[in-house]
Design a protein around this ligand. Structure first.
Ligand code: COA
Length: 255
């Protein structure tokens, strides 16, 4: 992998987008590498939580690589967005292993879209978030027009998209776009702390919950019915037996 670093320790995979001289902008190769590594990590039984972050102290990801698409025509533009959504952004959202974005600086355009595809986000104090695409004469193409309104509400999303402006970490916290804001030096440790809390729980149940939550955002899918089905499926698993037995025996469950 030329553009990302993957480190697995204590059941946590830290995936670092590593093009700091280009503020970790997402070129085609980086998207392919992220897509491949996500697929590998989801299959890796050691990995219980995945954390996405950016190399350096300045940027999480400053967007899709503008140099790469500047001369695209309509068809190429459509393919770029379609392939990116299909191969990476939707894969992250639907990953059965929890994915947390640790936003360590600029999260712009495709960078914010990447963070929004994760299951939730933690930001450092210096983070700046925005969807500046209309300033380039294009619109967000990696799910930004859909996920931003889901997270912050339609009016705030419209303003962010139309102004192409950036909001700081505290405004992002007020908007509900990030769950926590911490000092940059503490960002990864803080996020690992959340990962450890997650890892005490049943991976099977977490995967079922991710699936049910996401179902509520899929047109034509009854999220309540998916919840009923997934709830029922849990009863047929060893992890359910272990979780309930451990509670009744007044001990910690071992998943
Ligand atoms: N695509 C390609 N290259 C990018 C990039 C992007 N999205 N964002 C930053 N870079 C590159 C710059 O071209 C520059 O490369 P160079 O040193 O070879 O010239 C390098 O990263 C550093 O960026 P620079 O602009 O010099 O840093 P800065 O501190 O002055 O500004 C930003 C930081 C984030 C405000 C600015 O880089 C920016 O506006 N980036 C584009 C954001 C954007 O529109 N993203 C949406 C894309 S759809």
């Amino acid at each position: 992998m030329n553009n990302i670093l993957v480190d697995i320790e204590n059941n946590i995979a830290t995936v670092t987008i590593n093009r700091p001289t280009k503020l970790n902008a997402l070129n085609k190769e980086t998207i392919e590498e992220l897509s491949q590594s996500l697929a590998n990590l989801e299959e890796d039984e050691r990995v219980k939580v995945i954390i996405l972050t950016g190399a350096g102290e300045k940027a999480f990801v400053a967007g899709a690589d503008i140099a790469e698409f500047a001369d695209f025509d309509e068809l190429e533009g459509k393919k770029l967005a379609g392939k990116g959504q299909n191969d990476l952004f939707d894969v992250i959202e639907n990953c059965s292993t929890p994915v947390i974005a640790a936003i360590n600086g600029f999260a712009l355009g495709g960078g914010l879209e990447l963070a929004m595809a994760a299951h939730f986000r933690v930001a450092s104090e210096n983070a700046r978030l925005g969807l500046p695409e209309v300033s380039l004469g294009v619109i967000p193409g990696y799910g930004g027009t859909q996920r931003l309104p889901q997270l912050v509400g339609k009016g705030r999303a419209m303003e962010m998209i139309m102004t192409a402006g950036m909001i700081d970490a505290h405004q992002a916290l007020t908007y509900g776009l990030v769950n926590h804001v911490v000092a940059q030096a503490e960002l990864l440790e803080f996020t690992y702390g959340i990962a450890h809390k997650i890892m005490r729980n049943s991976p099977m149940a977490i995967a079922a919950a991710i699936d049910a939550v996401n179902a509520g955002y899929v047109d034509g899918t009854d999220g309540y019915q998916v919840e009923i089905d997934n709830f029922g499926s849990c009863f047929g698993t060893d992890e359910f037996v272990e979780g309930t037995t451990a509670f009744l025996e007044k001990r910690k469950a071992e998943f």
